[in-house]
Design a protein around this ligand. Structure first.
Ligand code: SF4
Ligand code: FES
Length: 273
């Protein structure tokens, strides 16, 4: 279906500011194996103060009022924390505002009369579940491979008793800001997951608590990543798309630790009887 379909059933919520009349070109796909296609929807009376997801809520309410199938999309916290929201907006992961997740993008970033193209993440490792929702379980496989500390590092006050240089704590915190959204993979022409994996490695590998399993963790997570995702060729699109502005410097740390892991883990293996 490509014809524009008016969706003017119920008015948008009270709009203190301007309103926009938009056309949404949305990817609809009934299931993982169903063929997908773009469908156009008129979306009149959208307040510029709405978030992008609130705008989709309004469109879905109108679809339901017309007994039509609402658009499936992922969301949870709606405050840039959980990493669940995942929309390709006008060809850019999370849309036009740098360092901003879809749920924190506001409609004031768009102009009256705009046509907005909305797609799911496009990556082989993230198959479409339905419409705009994809399965990001491949990220879970990487974390399961080693993205944790098995020793008891104590309660939060105990952990804080371990002296950690400010610069190290800051770098680990920057890495821990990764919300696992997958925009880096969707932006990468190779569908690579280096930025995500490097962030998940760095927030543990930089801290004292993460040292005991540093190289075991690194080898397991990187090898799992290589099985499921494409390879990095330093395009840098991941950093530009990341809503948490994770720097690609962490990929350099990943590569350094992986090289060391290959040597150290081999040496440990050779010590076994
Ligand atoms: S590195 Fe950035 S883009 Fe990639 S999953 Fe983490 S927060 Fe999302
Ligand atoms: S819905 Fe949680 S980060 Fe967007």
């Amino acid at each position: 279906m490509t014809a524009t379909e008016p969706l003017s059933g119920s008015p948008a919520p009270a709009a203190p500011g301007r309103t926009l009349n938009l056309t949404l070109r949305v990817w609809r796909q009934a299931g993982p194996d169903a063929p997908g296609a773009f469908e156009d929807y008129d979306a009149p009376g959208i307040s510029v103060d709405m978030s992008f997801l609130e705008m989709l809520d309004v469109v879905n309410e109108r679809l339901v009022e017309q007994s039509r199938e609402p658009i499936t999309f992922d969301h949870d916290c709606r405050e840039g924390i959980c990493g669940t929201c995942s929309l390709m907006i006008n060809g850019r992961p999370h849309g036009p505002q740098r360092g901003t997740a879809t749920c924190q993008l506001h409609m004031r970033k768009f102009a009256d009369g705009d046509t907005i193209v909305i797609e799911p993440w496009r990556a082989e490792a993230f198959p479409v579940v339905r419409d705009l929702a994809v399965d990001r379980g491949a990220f879970d496989r990487i974390v399961e491979a080693g993205g944790y500390i098995t020793v008891n590092s104590g309660s939060a006050p105990d952990a804080n008793l371990i002296p950690i240089p400010k610069s190290v704590a800051d770098a680990a915190f920057d890495a821990a800001a990764c919300i696992g959204c997958g925009a880096c993979v969707a932006a990468c022409p190779n569908g690579a997951a280096q930025l995500f994996t490097s962030a998940k490695l760095a927030h543990l590998n930089l801290l004292p608590q993460g040292q005991a399993e540093r190289y075991k963790r690194t080898e397991a997570m990187v090898d799992t990543m290589e099985e499921l995702f494409g390879s990095c060729t330093n395009h840098g699109e991941c950093e530009a798309a990341c809503p948490k502005e994770i720097p690609i410097d962490f990929i350099a740390l990943l590569n350094k630790d992986y090289l060391r892991a290959k040597l150290k883990n081999r040496r440990y293996l050779s010590r076994k009887p």
